[in-house]
Design a protein around this ligand. Structure first.
Ligand SMILES: [Zn+2]
Length: 435
């Protein structure tokens, strides 16, 4: 073998190794180069009506913890009605990207939004930047287009970024499995539990997380989670229920009758929710409301909420986390909702478990057996089959779901359908910094 030939082989090998390595490195943003271990909180108001959206900045705040991940800083998920993007000002490089949804956008699809304007408080968090950034917040217009609501430079040394001691409360560690940057960090917050009821809250977190970890894929990936509870008491026990004339002084101001729908239990006081959550590193907020009536709500990368003491709470919380944590859509279509035309039937929705068949190949089409017809008849022949069953996303026609039943469809299923399980599994891996 000639010496030149050996050198050539060596060079080819070197190129291959180098090419592979740099390809991998290029796909990941080096966290420590751009970010510290803290968080930057961006607070603003979204206001408008059915057709207009305006973003008004309120405050920036530094928070002590970033729950991670330190990898996957550019989220691979095209989920959510909004997106936050962070660019390094000097190089123009995109260094952080994440989708999210809001209660405001849901309200925009109600009848009231055609008659008046309203505003909703909104908070996003990003890892705290080391250098000046260009910050963008965008709203989805169609399946593929976004409009920019905010575009601003931010110097991390700006002295208007609030750097005060957070409102502090005792923290109970319910499950601890490792470094927050490589685990999913769930923070449970108590709404309407008085200081005498803090032990009840802790017991409720244990009971409801036991339910969560009894369903696949959570069941098989338990060790990927840290669970913490912030022991923040309310003045009064319970929560607001305007339809029954009940008003309680509580720490995070949750209320039934969101959009005049009795069971829809949310809070617009996102500022208080985030102030309490800031006590710990977290990836997702789950609020337990100390009440017996059926109710809850979940908004993608915003929060999940459920009452704690209804006999269905162990399923409701898991369903709401399907929305809040994993970006899943509702597969039901027979219950009353406040929304009008929530999904446009001529566009593919972004939720991974719903399709209008406009772009089915971008969804779970590859999980179907070749012999399964699309749409799939809702008959006993296809009872345990992945398909495209008509009815989902609040409408009986034009929106299709992957399976006859699922936790995202009803309160009495055997678990998540295979498509939802896969979507949740991918979200867990994302927060653990894995592919
Ligand atoms: Zn499902």
């Amino acid at each position: 073998m000639s010496r030149t030939f050996i050198i050539k082989i060596f060079l080819v090998l070197l190129f291959c190794i180098n090419g592979t390595l740099s390809g991998h490195i290029l796909a990941q943003i080096p966290y420590a180069k751009y970010f510290t271990g803290q968080s930057l909180r961006i607070d603003y108001l979204l206001s408008g009506n059915a057709t207009e959206t305006k973003l008004t900045l309120d405050q920036y705040k530094i928070e002590p913890f970033w729950g991670g991940p330190e990898e996957n800083l550019l989220s691979p998920f095209k989920y959510g009605e909004f997106r936050i993007e962070v660019y390094d000002k000097e190089t123009g490089e995109l260094i952080f990207k994440k989708g999210f949804s809001t209660l405001f956008q849901e309200w925009q699809t109600t009848a009231e939004a055609k008659l008046m304007s309203r505003s909703f408080y909104q908070v996003n968090r990003i890892p705290f930047p080391r250098n000046t950034i260009l910050l963008k917040i965008l709203k989805r217009e169609t399946d593929k287009t976004y409009v920019t609501l905010l575009e601003t430079n931010l110097d991390p040394g700006n002295y208007f970024i609030l750097n005060e001691k957070p409102l502090s409360f005792p923290v109970e560690v319910i499950r601890e499995n490792g470094d927050p940057s490589h685990k999913v960090d769930l923070v449970f917050l108590p709404e309407g539990y008085t200081s005498e009821e803090m032990q009840d809250f802790r017991d409720d977190v244990v009971r409801l997380t036991d339910s969560l970890f009894s369903f696949s894929p959570y069941k098989d990936m338990k060790s990927s989670f840290n669970v913490r509870a912030v022991m923040a008491p309310s003045e009064e026990s319970g929560t607001d229920n305007p339809g029954e004339g009940v008003y309680k002084n509580t720490i995070m101001n949750f209320s039934y009758y969101t959009f005049d729908l009795a069971r829809y239990l949310t809070s617009k006081d996102v500022r208080s929710i985030r102030d309490v959550a800031g006590n710990v590193p977290y990836d997702h907020i789950v609020v337990l409301i100390n009440a017996e009536s059926y109710g809850g709500g979940g908004i993608f990368n915003h929060y999940s909420a459920s009452t704690s003491d209804n006999y269905l709470s162990p399923i409701v919380m898991v369903h709401e986390m399907g929305h809040g944590f994993a970006g899943l859509g509702d597969e039901y279509y027979t219950s009353d909702v406040a929304y009008e035309e929530f999904y446009k039937l001529d566009e593919e929705p972004w939720e991974p478990n719903l399709t209008t068949l406009v772009d089915f190949s971008s969804k779970w089409e590859s999980m179907l057996e070749k012999t399964t017809p699309v749409p799939t008849p809702n008959t006993s022949e296809y009872a345990n089959t992945i398909g495209a069953f008509e009815g989902g996303g609040y409408v009986p026609k034009g929106v299709y779901r992957p399976y006859p039943d699922c936790i995202m469809k009803s309160n009495a299923p055997s678990g998540f359908c295979p498509v939802c399980q896969e979507a949740i599994r991918k979200m867990i891996l994302y927060y653990c910094g894995e592919e």
